[in-house]
Design a protein around this ligand. Structure first.
Ligand code: DC
Length: 222
């Protein structure tokens, strides 16, 4: 199986680039962050504090996550409901980061991710793919950019949509989430030594995608 594992902090462009790479390689894309977001959304809708491990863990028995193609777009289903839009709401980002600290939540989702990777050619992006989910993946990348650059990209994206946003708040949210994701006890975000490090601060999406595709296809041909 071809497994391309891409980790990095929030807003580094992982999902856009992973989607492009998967499309160019003709393989599947698995957005593991969406899975944490779906669990967070489920707990939130049940009125449960995502930091309350004792109350979150039993919920996992009632969570069914799957992906489907709808009009050519990959959608995520939570117990059969399309939550692709709902999980992208800003408030869900921090909830997802918090819920992802719970080891049982991680084990639950990691088991699904490993099963998919065992049977499918796939590009996976997340925080712990290269270090914990698939440490033996043939292709491993760590994609990052400075916090300021990631905040600037997010700011432009939101203002282009007509939303009124505060740059400092976006930057602070990014810094907070980085801290959360890099400092949790279980499977934190780390850069593994065998990952190709890509700092995209001064690179375009196409340039980053080209580095990844070049590495994968170069190695595949060899
Ligand atoms: O990539 P994202 O912003 O959609 O991810 C949301 C949160 O989920 C992120 O802040 C941390 C968590 N996450 C994780 O812990 N491990 C992953 N493999 C993917 C996401």
């Amino acid at each position: 199986m071809i497994n391309v594992a891409i980790d990095g902090p929030s807003g580094a462009g992982k999902s856009t680039i992973s989607k492009m790479v998967a499309e160019k390689l003709g393989i599947t894309y698995l957005d593991t962050g969406a899975m944490y977001r779906a669990v967070a959304l489920y707990a939130y809708r049940k009125g449960i504090d995502v930091n309350d491990q004792e109350r979150v863990v039993p919920l996992l028995d009632d969570v069914d996550i799957s992906f489907e193609l709808k009009d050519g777009q990959k959608i995520i289903l939570l117990n059969g409901e399309d939550v692709s839009q709902a999980i992208r709401e800003h408030y869900v980002s921090k909830l997802a980061s918090d819920v992802s600290k719970i080891p049982q939540v991680r084990k639950f989702l990691v088991a699904m991710q490993r099963k998919i990777a065992e049977t499918t050619d796939v590009v996976l992006d997340g925080r712990d793919i290269t270090s914990y989910v698939l440490p033996n993946a043939k292709f491993k990348f760590y994609l990052t950019a400075t916090a300021e650059e990631r905040a600037t990209r997010r700011y432009k994206e939101l203002t282009a949509k007509g939303q009124e946003v505060d740059f400092d708040r976006i930057l602070n949210d990014i810094i907070d989430r980085d801290y959360n994701d890099m400092n949790r006890d279980f499977a934190p975000l780390v850069q593994t030594q065998d990952s190709v490090y890509i700092d995209s601060t001064h690179l375009s999406i196409d340039e980053v995608a080209a580095i990844i595709i070049g590495t994968v296809t170069g190695a595949t041909k060899a």
